[in-house]
Design a protein around this ligand. Structure first.
Ligand SMILES: Nc1ncnc2c1ncn2[C@@H]1O[C@H](COP(=O)(O)OP(=O)(O)OP(=O)(O)O)[C@@H](O)[C@H]1O
Length: 266
């Protein structure tokens, strides 16, 4: 079934009552009701929810980029007080996350700058990361010379080059066309199979969450928090045609559509 064990070196992630209010005109506005979740090492978890349900806020709290108003995030058991080591993030806007004046190789190498690793070692790691994401031939190109899908592959290479234990992805494929998106989805599942990674993948797209995840967490509108948390009853090996036609896929998709529709109503 879906829960094939991962290599033991991935890290788990837990949230204990993590909630957040933003300040607007000096007043707290609830963005995320307290969320408690345990994401075991090696799991592929997807997070969905209607617009404004706090998905980005949640993932930024996991990444240590935002200090939540309430609760504690733990990575590998240790409370998160800033960006933890061993955690990498891929954002939706690859165009803004890559430096246009740096080559593909130098963009990926940026993640290793403070690693203390020697130049030769870093060069080998960058070459390997570019191979892993299926981009062995473009290391001297500049990001603006590549398609959107290729740029997002570069951003993924930069995320995995330092061998993170946790990969957070915030709507990473929202800006690419459908075929490219399908290829990138398969790339992420392939990376997850090959590397000791825990993946938390935020998406608007219900079908994408079912195709990718072992588990789908549904957020409701604040102050709802977690509305549903369901396992994905699909085999570990998936493909875009047969998996999406499977009755388990279409049943879960229908259930999640119902959850999101209800969440939008409040
Ligand atoms: N910096 C901010 N200051 C004030 N309010 C914010 C800020 N960032 C987000 N919000 C508000 O917090 C709520 C949750 O936002 P968040 O971006 O986390 O939701 P989301 O589920 O990721 O939305 P979307 O799917 O549209 O990206 C929204 O009401 C949003 O307007």
């Amino acid at each position: 079934m879906s829960a094939e064990p991962r290599p033991p070196t991935a890290s788990g992630l837990s949230l204990d009552g993590v909630g957040h209010d933003y300040l607007r005109d000096g007043r707290p506005v609830p963005a995320l009701a307290p969320v408690s979740l345990d994401i075991p090492a090696g799991q592929f978890a997807c997070v969905i929810g209607p617009s404004g349900s706090g998905k980005t806020t949640l993932v930024r709290a996991m990444a240590g980029l935002l200090r939540p108003s309430r609760g504690t995030v733990r990575v590998g058991g240790a409370p998160v007080t800033g960006p933890p080591t061993g955690l990498a993030m891929v954002h939706q806007e690859y165009g803004r996350s890559l430096f246009p004046w740096k080559t593909v190789r130098d963009n990926v190498d940026l993640a290793l700058l403070n690693s203390g690793r020697g130049q030769r070692d870093r060069r080998a790691a960058v070459t390997e990361a570019l191979h892993l994401v299926g981009l062995p031939d473009v290391e001297r190109a500049y990001p603006w010379q590549l398609s959107g899908g290729m740029q997002q592959r570069v951003a993924i290479a930069r995320a995995v080059v330092a061998q993170p234990r946790i990969l957070l992805m915030d709507e990473p494929f929202a800006a690419v066309d459908a075929q490219t998106r399908a290829d990138l989805e398969d790339l992420v599942r392939d990376l997850w199979h090959r590397l000791p990674l825990t993946v938390v993948f935020v998406t608007h797209d219900i079908d994408e969450s079912v195709y990718l995840g072992q588990r789908v967490v549904v957020l409701g509108r604040p102050p709802a928090g977690v509305r549903a948390d369901v396992p994905v009853p699909l085999p570990d090996r998936r493909d875009q045609v047969t998996t999406r036609a499977a009755v388990e896929f279409t049943d879960l998709r229908a259930e999640l559509y119902g959850q999101i529709a209800a969440a939008k109503l409040g």
